[in-house]
Design a protein around this ligand. Structure first.
Ligand SMILES: Nc1ncnc2c1ncn2[C@@H]1O[C@H](COP(=O)(O)OP(=O)(O)OP(=O)(O)O)[C@@H](O)[C@H]1O
Length: 700
């Protein structure tokens, strides 16, 4: 076959239903398309005026009117923009997918900046047919000698065009709604949709109901040319009092007018994000937040994004106050393109963890698809997301550096968000590494470097000041990983520097351990949120030499009394015999039992569970595998520590055959368990019964 080339032809009969039905996922989007066409028409007319191609009439104010008429089942969009000549209707409307915006920009590209014009694809107008059986256009161009045009189309592929009777410059588009779509000429629905898409469009948008019965009273001098006066209200005549004259009274009480309810202004043409951050006041930020998010709780703080290069992006991100107990954390980030709402929470542009915030982002450079709610897959979109992430990290780091007190105050609220961000985004994590705070046992907020630095000082102090529970000074040993003590001489200095950060997950439950730590002048950080476990695992991975260990994972040397070699030997023997007794009493052969001399003589028994085993168990619980035997996954990591310094432990050591020895063993074990984790139902029942029995013994 001979080589051939040419342009593809499209059969409008087939393509039209596709545009009408499938191009836009949301039916209500036609509002946005037709209103933005009106805004574009106004913008273009103003530009023509600026360029000297047209002179706007005195007092011109561009506007788009949306008029619902439930009686006639119509919806009208009226603008006072540049209008269209018959040729332009022919070109831009009759040819589907031919955008006059591109044409306009091309024509005036040297003289004007194009970025304020919304339309691009030349398809938006046809979205009207998603809801209307018939659409009329009445338009009059601004051009000298232009004739009004009337165009109509009933949704098939045929249209008709004739001279129109419009006398003012601009365009009126009337939709004769389909029976299934009558909700769109309901005033409330219209307000909701227009507010959703058009709240910040750059031209004033008014909503009204045709022939509304609603009225309003105004002062005579407030009357506007378009007001429809229904009644003149004479001021009420007051009883004359002495010293007053009728003229003075009349001056006080002006005549009033009852007018048909005026169209309601829906949008704000100058959104706050367009203002320079230096010019915005705190009140303005708060007002804007309340209005846009209907959240009457004050946000904690906000970040105003304002960037011109290498791409254009403006916006405000608010950190909301989160009530962790009652609400799930879910924010909303509204994405705009040139002040036109695109969609909420577009994941491609807004990094996932930032979706916990509330905010607005306007990016005119977004590579949008025809339907606008989808983005073209583009490296550029990734850059936008990276920029936003960077800005958020910069703001937080800056606040931590320059206003640490405030940052401390916000920390509990923002920490789940930051930790989630660190888990989700490596770059964010890197930037935030030194600005993550840890609340210590004294309620102070420390950064990670501070946590690490404070340790050696504490240890020094520890050596000098540590006291036992009787206030006697005790010699404490440097808190280092136990394994290090046993490590061979060959270990380098570097390796020896592994730092342990102790942490608490439940202040009440672990209070006994906390008391021991405090008495030994040791510190720990409080990490109670679910996100903390995966978060600390990540921190360990990213920061070599840092290890997190729950406060009850081990008995560090700092908590033990110093013992002689001889005493240690004795304790070992003691442990052996008491282990047998315990295992028998608890009917548990697997349990590991250790006898230690703890500094705190008030503690009789405690449980330690190695960090690794506990993390494994927590993980199993999280994936809640019913009937799973936990002991198979690190149950062996649990150790019962008996304090050789406690009289009760001393008693059973000496009276292993005593009448109550087994009962004491069981009670010691349960008491230790209770400080570590809640008892299961069965164990709790037995514990309560046994406690009663023990008290009964006291009565004898
Ligand atoms: N109200 C209006 N006033 C003046 N011209 C209009 C009006 N509505 C549409 N037009 C002209 O018709 C053209 C096609 O409009 P349409 O909404 O189909 O596409 P668009 O706005 O260019 O692009 P998009 O598909 O992105 O909305 C517009 O570019 C514009 O030139």
């Amino acid at each position: 076959m001979a080589a051939k080339s040419g342009s593809l032809s499209i059969n409008s009969e087939n393509i039209f239903p596709i545009i009408k039905k499938w191009l836009y996922s949301d039916h209500d989007i036609f509002y946005r398309e037709l209103i933005s066409n009106g805004c574009d028409a106004v913008t273009k007319l103003k530009k023509l005026d600026m360029m000297g191609e047209y002179s706007l009439p005195e007092g011109y104010k561009g506007r788009v009117d949306v008029i619902v008429d439930p009686e006639k089942k119509t919806l009208t969009f009226k603008d006072n923009g540049l209008g269209m000549t018959a040729d332009e209707v022919e070109e831009y409307i009759n040819q589907i997918a031919f955008s006059g915006a591109t044409d306009f920009i091309e024509k005036y590209k040297d003289k004007s900046n194009s970025d304020q014009i919304i339309g691009h694809f030349g398809l938006g107008f046809y979205s009207a047919f998603m809801v209307a059986d018939e659409v009329h256009i009445d338009t009059l161009s601004y051009k000298d000698g232009a004739k009004a045009v009337h165009w109509e189309c009933d949704g098939g592929t045929e249209f008709s065009m004739e001279d129109g009777d419009k006398t003012d410059v601009g365009t009126t588009i009337t939709l004769f709604l389909n029976e299934d779509c009558l909700e769109f000429c309901n005033e409330y629905k219209a307000r909701e949709v227009v507010k959703k898409y058009c709240s910040f469009m750059p031209t004033e948008i008014y909503l009204s109901k045709a022939n509304t019965k609603e009225t309003q009273i105004i002062k005579e001098e407030e009357k506007l040319p378009d007001d429809e006066v229904l009644e003149e209200i004479e001021p009420e005549k007051k009883e004359k009092t002495e010293g007053e004259n009728a003229e003075a009274e009349a001056a006080e009480e002006p005549k009033k007018l009852k007018i048909r309810k005026r169209p309601e202004l829906i949008n704000e043409t100058q959104p706050l994000w367009n203002k320079h951050p230096n010019e915005c006041t705190k009140e303005e930020y708060l007002d804007f937040y309340r209005k846009v998010f209907q959240d009457y709780k004050e946000p904690l703080f906000w970040i105003h994004l304002n960037m011109d290069y290498p791409f254009n992006l403006k916006g405000i991100l608010y950190f909301p106050k989160i009530n962790m107990e009652y609400e799930s954390i879910e924010g909303t980030i509204k994405l705009y393109n040139n002040q036109v709402f695109i969609a909420d929470n577009i994941k491609e542009v807004i990094p996932e963890f930032l979706l916990l915030l509330k905010g607005v982002i306007d990016c005119p450079d977004l590579p949008l698809n025809v339907s606008r709610s989808a983005l073209q897959n583009d490296g550029f979109v990734k850059k936008i997301a990276e920029y936003i992430t960077k800005k958020v990290a910069d703001k937080l780091a800056g606040m931590c550096k320059t206003d640490k007190e405030e940052y401390d105050k916000y920390w509990d609220d923002i920490s789940p968000f930051i930790k989630f961000g660190c888990l989700k985004d490596d770059k964010f994590c890197e930037k935030m590494n030194d600005y993550i705070l840890f609340k210590n046992l004294d309620g102070k907020y420390l950064t990670l470097p501070e946590c690490l630095e404070i340790k050696p000082q504490d240890e020094e102090e520890n050596k000098e000041n540590a006291v036992d529970e009787n206030g006697n000074k005790v010699e404490a040993e440097v808190v280092e990983d136990k394994a290090e003590d046993e490590a061979s001489e060959e270990n380098t200095e570097e390796e020896k520097k592994e730092k342990i950060i102790y942490y608490v997950t439940d202040e009440q439950q672990q209070s006994q351990y906390i008391n021991m730590f405090k008495a030994a002048k040791m510190d720990a950080v409080i990490l109670t949120h679910n996100i903390d476990q995966p978060f600390i695992s990540q921190l360990e991975q990213k920061n070599e030499g840092i290890k997190f260990q729950r406060i009850d994972a081990d008995v560090t040397d700092a908590l033990k009394s110093k013992t002689s070699k001889k005493a240690e030997k004795e304790m070992e023997e003691q442990a052996e015999s008491i282990s047998k007794l315990m295992k028998k009493a608890l009917k548990n052969d697997k349990i590991t039992i250790k006898v230690e001399k703890l500094k705190n003589k008030k503690i009789s028994s405690m449980i330690t569970l190695s960090e690794e085993s506990r993390r494994m168990q927590d993980m199993m619980k999280m994936y809640s595998m019913p009937g799973m035997d936990m002991s198979a996954f690190g149950g062996e990591g649990e150790t019962l520590i008996l304090n050789a310094n406690h009289p009760l432990v001393q008693y059973i050591t000496e009276h292993q055959d005593g009448e109550n020895a087994e009962m004491i063993c069981e009670q010691l074990y349960d008491l230790a368990k209770l400080q570590h984790a809640p008892l299961d139902a069965d164990a709790m029942t037995k514990f309560v019964a046994r406690s009663n029995d023990i008290m009964m013994l006291l009565t004898k």
